[in-house]
Write a protein of this length. Structure first.
Length: 290
């Protein structure tokens, strides 16, 4: 399930972004800046590791639900978790009418799966089972941890760049205004942080979860059908790209915002039609005809 491979990528990413934070801190403020960067880095890593699930769930307004409220959802998650030999995740439902779903949590023991009200109304139970398989695969592949840590650390890099405008780092020749070098740093590091997130949350990870989820459910065509409906629903009712939702959008099975234009250059999800095509190919290779 690629967990060991993704664990190594997580460690490499942590090392890269932490080194970047330390370098920026030292360059801006010398020894003081370095100490500040170390503290910020440690706090950010801890927050990203332990609270990423709460942040993502809060961004979508997701609330925990009982088995009495959603018996079919509980039944399919319990079945798939048992088949994978993994613990049952916590289940949440978001009031959003956009059809979407996501999983979060640093490992299978601390995982949560959330679906929107919209997706429960649009998909059949078979299609919803395919979506659940995809989301559980993200957890088992350790995708959620690397995504959450990447977003948190990249955000700190941007924050340090913004602080450079107001704090007396760098040259003190111009006391009446911001240091031009600091301004330039902010302009460079903002897009750099976004690019790091784009690279860390590879589009290939979605293909991987599609394939792993289809293998878990033994029904690639169910997920393919679900993705078609989800794509249509997200295009018809895109969510506003603001607040904490923008930092959690990469966790969802489909981009919740309106795509196209320059936004596609920084998309964290591969083209939906390509995902569907690959699932049909997987169905043909495995003999799935349902």
């Amino acid at each position: 399930m690629h967990s060991q491979h993704n664990g190594l990528k997580t460690a490499a990413l942590l090392g890269l972004l932490t080194s970047l934070i330390l370098a920026v801190g030292y360059w801006l403020g010398g020894g003081t800046g370095l100490v500040l960067a170390v503290v910020v880095s440690l706090v950010t890593n801890a927050v990203s590791y332990f609270f990423s699930d709460r942040i993502a769930l809060r961004s979508m307004g997701a609330q925990p639900v009982s088995e009495a409220e959603f018996p079919e959802l509980y039944a399919m998650v319990r079945e798939l978790s048992r088949d994978a030999g993994q613990p049952m995740p916590r289940l949440y439902v978001s009031p959003s009418m956009q059809p979407n779903a996501f999983a979060t949590g640093r490992d299978p023991e601390h995982a949560a799966v959330a679906v929107t009200v919209g997706i429960t109304r649009v998909l059949s139970l078979r299609e919803l089972r395919g979506v659940i398989g995809h989301e559980l695969s993200h957890v088992y592949n350790r995708d959620i941890l690397i995504s959450s840590v990447a977003a948190g650390l990249a955000g700190i890099v941007t924050m340090l760049a913004q602080l450079a405008i107001f704090l007396p780092f760098g040259s003190a020749d111009d006391e009446d205004g911001p240091n031009p070098a600091s301004l330039l740093l902010m302009m460079i590091l903002g897009p750099l942080a976004a690019t790091i997130i784009q690279f860390a949350i590879s589009r290939n990870r979605e293909f991987q979860a599609d394939a792993s989820g289809a293998t878990l459910t033994r029904d690639p065509l169910a997920l393919a059908s679900a993705l078609e409906k989800i794509h249509l629903g997200t295009q018809r009712a895109p969510l506003p790209a603001d607040g904490t939702l923008t930092s959690s959008a990469h966790l969802m099975i489909a981009n919740p915002f309106r795509g196209g234009g320059m936004a596609s250059l920084f998309a964290t999800h591969p083209p939906m039609q390509e995902r569907i095509r690959r699932l049909h190919e997987q169905a043909a290779l495995t003999g799935s005809r349902r």
